[in-house]
Ligand binder design. Sequence first.
Ligand code: ATP
Ligand code: MG
Length: 392
Amino acid sequence: MFKAFLIKYAEIGVKGKNRYLFEDALVHQIRSALKKCEGSFEIRKTQGRIYVEAQGEFDYDETVEHLGHVFGISGICPMVYVEDEGFEKLCDTVVRYVADIYPDRSMTFKVNARRARKNYPKSSMEINADLGEALLNAYPEMHVDVHRPDAVINVEIREKIYIYSVEIPGPGGMPVGTGGKAMLLLSGGIDSPVAGYMIAKRGVKIDAVYFHAPPYTSERAKQKVVDLARIVSKYTGPIYLHVINFTDIQLYIHERCPHEELTIIMRRYMMRIAEHIGKETGCLGLITGESIGQVASQTMNSLIATNEVCSLPVYRPLIGFDKKEIVEMSDRIGTYETSIQPYEDCCTIFVAKHPVTKPNLKVIRRHEQNLDGKIDELVRTALETDELIIVE
Ligand code: ATP
Ligand code: MG
């Protein structure tokens, strides 16, 4: 029955020139999302609205699902459209539409007509009144309520006539690409995929880096990260995933530094390397899945230590969330089941029994000096052997 969609987006904050950038980016993202669907679609932008029209056969559920992944969309309204073949024909169509959509019609409604084409023989007010009457005649159980109706039957008069009354919520946010690019430190855990999702939702394109430590971390652990990137990419578009071999760096830190400081020092090297790749690839920030107090390396004191090695801003969108809330989000976006697969990431391999929770910066810096001599070369090698996987 539905052959088209009206795409609604929040316009707050996107005025003037920015509005065009926003709309063009949204159209671009919708087009990419629909490429993955069966059927072909025409996407049109007119008078501050975006329409998606199926050209022939298409899969409704699949289309709605993919549109539901596009940031910037606040609502998806499935539409029926007909050629303009006179008002009586329109009445019939609307009456049939209501029967199809609302099996139980003991409800209130109002008709909301809009004329984009001013040569239509009736005014909007007349259309509202006359279609309302046709519906009341057809369904005596329905009642008009112009203030708080259960259903608003929208009728848009354009070249064709469009009818819609249902709005499926979209993800909101801003279209990816309107907000620059950032480098996500993506592990195999629950948190970092959600963190990437949240920043991408604000319009930021995502690249990712994963620190792999074979043979301490398995191929399967790496595959899990690729799988997570693939799920996140449903929302963000293609993700350039850098896989960095971290084994030698990690072993060297293990050999030269106090074990209770291992996690912090290792984290500092991850941040340095992520920032290095990020700067070379045009990223404007780093993203991590950290949340205050979740583990020893995420106390405020520890965050000072990991933060000080970067000059790019580090975005930590989960900083104030409880684990339970993060789990709920990961479940909603579809990463949870993959995240809980039991393959260790490299952080969990070399953990000390009693890691410091209040690292002293001066002490950490001094112990890092134990690495002088060889660490620069190890970092260079790690960067040179960066394996780039394009995930989409
Ligand atoms: P996550 O659930 O995202 O793994 P976590 O609760 O396990 O997070 P940590 O292990 O302390 O927390 O890691 C904190 C953050 O550091 C992660 O959210 C991620 O952004 C980054 N990180 C940790 N390990 C790696 C890794 N092997 N590769 C890339 N980033 C990592
Ligand atoms: Mg982890």
